[in-house]
Ligand binder design. Structure first.
Ligand SMILES: *[C@@H]1O[C@H](CO)[C@@H](O)[C@H](O)[C@H]1NC(C)=O
Ligand SMILES: *[C@@H]1O[C@H](CO)[C@@H](O)[C@H](O)[C@H]1NC(C)=O
Ligand SMILES: *[C@@H]1O[C@H](CO)[C@@H](O)[C@H](O)[C@H]1NC(C)=O
Ligand SMILES: *[C@@H]1O[C@H](CO)[C@@H](O)[C@H](O)[C@H]1NC(C)=O
Ligand SMILES: *[C@@H]1O[C@H](CO)[C@@H](O)[C@H](O)[C@H]1NC(C)=O
Ligand SMILES: *[C@@H]1O[C@H](CO)[C@@H](O)[C@H](O)[C@H]1NC(C)=O
Ligand SMILES: *[C@@H]1O[C@H](CO)[C@@H](O)[C@H](O)[C@H]1NC(C)=O
Length: 838
């Protein structure tokens, strides 16, 4: 009987499928119909089977109702009751009934209705599921009375509209859109830890804002009142790369919003995140639970507890005091945590802010009955945040310029030096690892001792080789975190620093080969005075950057007065060789890709990595090329290394920039911001187009500097004069875009130069490029027969700059409102010097 039913059912579906798919791209499900949890392979699928509504098994006897995208079984919707995003779970007797009266109900095995669309007696005539993944209940006019697109769970698929009032839920986290077109991520509906506006100039209610993910991976915002019809809000990293796979947007249970891509033809459904709203996962409020502390290991976020006064609660749920504060009146103390902050997001009201010193930040909290923790931000603001809510979310990182205090019962018992982890999928028990490591090491040591004994016994006096470096074969150099090398090892790898690759502003570079045969470039830094700890902190910052267009730091050495950095080796060397030597050349496509790659790398340094970095020395010599001519920016983060005593800004006195690429404000000894890099980048871009040094002066350029001459030629409409004669075929539209962008970048006023992120978008053609402003752009001293040596004589240069460029330009630089570089490390240093107050 049961079998017969099933057969009938299948036939009916097949028949209807056949009947209806001809006229529309959706499968029609007639009234009444039923899906059973226990019947495997029973589903309602879209015409081309890309989406199906079915029961997904959790265990043998528990299921939930979902719409899946089929190659890879990506769950894009699940039946859930409002407010949680958790799917409704039924047992094996569960079923989905589409009743004759139009109701769609999920019934648990024992009978109760556990989920209902509320469409009974409203005229539903049939249901349908289409190839975009939308499951609908429609009336006889094909008007949808209910649809899965209008009732999303935690995922949006391409072309699905997300409007005001809808919410994506995942655990305590939610995503919503407000009437002014702001997308926000919230924890527990109270703490707003991320937001992204359609357009910053919108302040007020839009008529009907919505956003959607396009199939190509761009997140767009739309409203009838937006002039251009839409705004691009975010891009998945693989958009425009010809990946025609399926993409979707998901509110993940770790509080991050991500775009995922599946590769086009992969049946296995290889799903990779290609964009995340919060780049720094530890900034997600509540990620490690109440009083949990987020940290990174090998660039993976991990969770821990503040001290041994706490014990972890399972599964990233946070930490609780072993003795509650109520249970120890009069015996509380403050635990001090360096480089730690408790996350504070503006709308939070349950806290007070003071501007006080470190001692007061500690004692104020200690004396206040309601305060449970406090954070002093040592970024120059001196803000002390007193935390009174019951839930606090911590973040610890070697370069965070904050000190925090947590109220504990009795004596504070700090964690052992090895950071103790708690739980969750992001980490494994460190203790176990330690035990294993110790045991393994002991065994290895014993073996080595025995082996060495034998070795000495048998080969005493014979040629020794390779023994010292053998231990490195155990490590994987590609695994992210930089290695610490000894000076002796680097001497071996570079054969006594014999093969010199070049000499840059910071010291000579040598080729080396590691024991695993990896080729590296070893940079011997000169003139670094800072101590080992400071140096390691800078190295940590540099190595925390991971980007396709940045040269990867493999390791470092800080021993005595030796300071060396070990980078990946790039076979094609630096860009200048290709641009300025007649015999070598790159085609236009390569050049344009190098321009884009370089811009993306710098954008990452400025805007996307955890500790923003101003490069300060962008020039062709510092842009390296790999085998396929991918641009990799090198030497970033070194300006700061050379400059240990800086405060708010980097200053001229401390950095040696390179003539021709230095922004005018630099020459005028004014504060250096990321816009200096934009200027230098603009010069490099012009050189990519022209194949000539921007400061080159020749009769052909009417005795003017090339950059000035190029601008005048551009004004005359003579683009061809600017373009490198060696280029046979160019994409004229790209060339014009590149030239315009470069002129925008080398504007004298830092404010007028675009941010690097915008440069990328302008080059890509994603946004239009405005007309150049009327005043002359390149206001470096022209008619420059002046020769000046920058590197050797800083003082002379300052004087030079002051007497010529500075007076005319300085007033406009005051209060120019450009975000100053963050100088966390230095302020962190200041705060750590105050530790004695504990
Ligand atoms: C359905 O019934 C099972 C037991 O048979 C129960 O575990 C489950 O929680 C029920 N689901 C709902 C949503 O009540
Ligand atoms: C199914 O149809 C949709 C919409 O027409 C299309 O985008 C998708 O590529 C198709 N999928 C398959 C597997 O054919
Ligand atoms: C999204 O909204 C727009 C405007 O309201 C509408 O025209 C379009 O059909 C909607 N798309 C879907 C898939 O519902
Ligand atoms: C939307 O976001 C912008 C900037 O992020 C902010 O200035 C504005 O106040 C927000 N609007 C609302 C209604 O929250
Ligand atoms: C979440 O918010 C609710 C109501 O606003 C509150 O009762 C609850 O305690 C909050 N949860 C946590 C973990 O703070
Ligand atoms: C933002 O809105 C303003 C005015 O509504 C408009 O001029 C500007 O082009 C918009 N920006 C983008 C990126 O769409
Ligand atoms: C925007 O809409 C909200 C409610 O929808 C209303 O309370 C608010 O006053 C409106 N704001 C403006 C500027 O119209």
């Amino acid at each position: 009987m049961e079998y017969q039913n099933k057969k009938m059912f299948k036939f009916a579906i097949f028949f209807l499928h056949f009947l209806f798919t001809i006229s529309s791209s959706s499968t029609i499900i007639p009234l009444p119909s039923t899906l059973r949890a226990s019947a495997r392979n029973q589903s309602w699928s879209s015409p081309n089977s890309s989406f199906s509504l079915l029961f997904v098994p959790i265990t043998r006897s528990s299921f939930f109702l979902a719409i899946t995208y089929n190659p890879g079984n990506v769950i894009v919707w699940s039946a859930s009751n409002n407010g949680t995003g958790d799917a409704v779970v039924v047992d094996s007797g569960g079923m989905l009934n589409l009743l004759r009266n139009g109701a769609l109900r999920l019934v648990n095995g024992s009978g109760p209705i556990v989920w209902d669309t509320g469409t009974a007696n409203r005229g539903v005539s049939h249901a349908s599921i289409d190839d975009s993944g939308n499951f609908q209940l429609l009336n006889s006019d094909s008007f949808p009375l209910w649809s899965s697109f209008e009732n999303p769970t935690d995922t949006l698929v391409p072309s699905q509209n997300f409007t005001v009032g809808k919410i994506l839920h995942s655990g305590s986290y939610s995503l919503s859109l407000d009437r002014s077109g702001n997308l926000t991520l919230k924890w527990n509906d109270t703490v707003e830890y991320w937001s992204l506006g359609f357009n910053s100039s919108i302040n007020g209610n839009l008529s009907s804002p919505r956003f959607m993910l396009r199939p190509n991976g761009i997140l767009i915002g739309l409203d009838p009142s937006i002039p251009s019809g839409m705004v691009n809000m975010a891009f998945s990293t693989d958009y425009g790369e010809g990946n025609d796979g399926f993409r979707f947007l998901r509110m993940d249970d770790d509080g991050n919003l991500r775009i995922y891509s599946t590769s086009g033809n992969s049946v296995a459904g290889n799903v990779t995140p290609t964009w995340a709203a919060v780049t720094d996962q530890c900034q997600v409020f509540g990620f490690c639970g109440d009083t949990g502390i987020c940290n990174y290991r090998d660039s993976n976020p991990i969770c821990g507890c503040p001290s041994q006064n706490f014990e972890p609660i399972d599964g990233r749920k946070g930490c609780k005091r072993k003795v509650e504060l109520e249970d120890c009146p009069g015996d509380v103390s403050m635990l001090q945590l360096e480089h730690t902050k408790f996350l504070t997001y503006p709308p939070e009201v349950s806290e007070q802010t003071f501007i006080v010193g470190i001692a007061a930040c500690r004692s104020n909290c200690l004396q206040s009955g309601s305060c449970i923790a406090s954070t002093l931000v040592a970024d120059g603001s001196g803000f002390c945040y007193m935390k009174t809510p019951s839930f606090v979310s911590g973040y610890q990182g070697a370069v965070l310029p904050s000190t925090s205090f947590v109220k504990v019962c009795g004596q504070a018992v700090p964690n052992p030096p090895l950071y103790k982890d708690t739980s969750g999928k992001y980490d494994e028990s460190r203790l176990h690892v330690m035990v294993v490591v110790v045991v393994v090491l002991a065994i290895l040591l014993a073996l080595v001792a025995v082996a060495t004994g034998f070795w000495c016994w048998f080969y005493w006096g014979s040629e020794k080789s390779g023994y010292i470096s053998a231990k490195y074969e155990l490590f994987d150099y590609a695994s992210g975190a930089p290695m610490k090398f000894s000076y002796k090892e680097l001497q071996q790898f570079t054969k006594g620093f014999s093969e010199k690759l070049g000499k840059g502003g910071f010291g000579a570079v040598y080729k080396g080969i590691l024991t695993n045969r990896m080729a590296v470039a070893v940079k011997q830094l000169e003139g670094i005075e800072q101590g080992e700890k400071q140096f390691r902190m800078e190295v940590a910052t540099i190595s925390s950057t991971h980007h396709l267009n940045l040269v990867r730091l493999v390791g470092f050495c800080a021993e005595g007065r030796h300071r060396l950095l070990v980078y990946e080796f790039l076979r094609n060397g630096s860009l200048d060789k290709f641009l300025f030597t007649p015999e070598e050349s790159l085609n236009w496509e390569n050049r344009f890709n190098i321009a884009l790659g370089t811009a993306r790398g710098i954008t990452y340094l400025h805007e996307e990595c955890r500790d923003c970095i101003i490069h300060c020395d962008i020039k062709p010599e510092n842009i390296l090329l790999d085998e396929v001519h991918t641009a990799k920016v090198s030497d970033f983060g070194l300006a700061k290394l050379m400059n240990p005593k800086d405060h708010k800004y980097l200053t001229l006195a401390s950095i040696r920039g390179t003539r021709g690429y230095l922004a005018p404000e630099w020459l005028a000894n004014l504060p250096i911001t990321s816009k200096c890099d934009v200027y230098s980048y603009g010069m490099v871009l012009l050189e990519l187009v022209s194949g000539r040094r921007n400061f080159e002066v020749s009769p052909e350029t009417d005795g003017k500097k090339f950059s000035l001459w190029a601008y005048s030629e551009y004004e005359k409409g003579n683009i061809e004069a600017i373009v490198d004669k060696r280029l046979e075929q160019v994409n004229r539209e790209q060339v014009v875009r590149a030239i315009l962008v470069s002129f925008w970048c080398i504007q004298e006023q830092p404010l007028q130069r675009p941010m690097m992120g915008k440069v990328v978008q302008m080059l890509e053609g994603v946004i239009d490029i405005e007309r150049l402003p009327t005043p002359e752009p390149v206001a470096e001293v022209s008619g420059s027969s002046t020769t000046m040596t920058l590197n050797s004589n800083v003082g002379a240069l300052s004087t030079y700059a002051t007497s010529t460029t500075a007076p005319s330009s300085s007033p406009s630089f005051i209060n120019m409102g450009i975000s100053p570089p963050r100088s966390e490390k230095d302020t962190a240093k200041e705060s750590s010097s105050l530790l004695g107050l504990k």
